[in-house]
Design a binder for this molecule. Structure first.
Ligand code: IMP
Ligand code: MG
Length: 171
């Protein structure tokens, strides 16, 4: 693969996930959590995360799109597939790959608030790219803050490729 520079190593990612999981295990205790994985980007992160959670967990998947293959957000979030069970009175933990403009996160949080009266709704993103934020969204949990690089790997793609890398890199 051409000239990928490593930004966050596999070890750093796994170490940080352990810290996030510890905080979640502490916060939720033995309460059931519904983890909502935002496809496709969060699939690898969510898979690693849930496997260390100690409470009863159910996984759901939703698919949104805002990028359409380029390196910049279209600024418009499209719901491609949202099929969720009844989440009233449940602890909901939304898992995303990255918060960039925050429009996707806002869409998800608004959608939850509109449709369910959850017991709790938390938002976890592996990466937080704060400089392009167009909303007042702050993730409850995040792995790493990054600057304005377009990153790939560990679920994140460029034109569909590189999701399978074990690390986060940039081209
Ligand atoms: P937002 O709606 O602008 O916050 O963008 C969120 C979505 O854009 C994420 O779920 C990613 O799919 C995608 N995205 C944002 N930045 C990057 C990046 O650096 N690499 C790959 N995808 C990204
Ligand atoms: Mg995404």
């Amino acid at each position: 693969m051409e000239n990928i520079k490593i930004l966050i190593t596999e070890d750093e990612i796994q170490k940080r996930i352990k810290e996030l999981v510890a905080a979640m295990n502490e916060y939720y205790g033995n309460e059931e959590v519904h983890v909502i994985c935002a496809l496709k980007g969060a699939v690898i992160f969510a898979a690693d995360l849930v496997r260390s959670l100690k409470m009863p967990v159910k996984m759901e998947f939703i698919r949104l799109s805002s990028y359409g293959g380029s390196k910049t957000s279209s600024g418009k979030v499209n719901a491609v597939d949202i099929a969720l069970p009844d989440l009233n009175n449940k602890n909901v933990l939304i898992v995303e790959d990255i918060v960039d403009t925050g429009l996707t996160a806002k869409f998800l949080l608004d959608f939850m608030a509109l449709n369910f009266k959850t017991k709790s709704t938390k938002f976890c993103a592996l990466l937080d790219k704060k400089i392009f934020r167009k909303t007042d969204i702050e993730p409850d949990y995040y792995g790493f803050e990054i600057d304005d690089k377009f990153v790939i790997g560990y679920g994140l793609d460029y034109e569909g490729y590189y999701r399978n890398l074990r690390y986060i890199g940039y081209i």
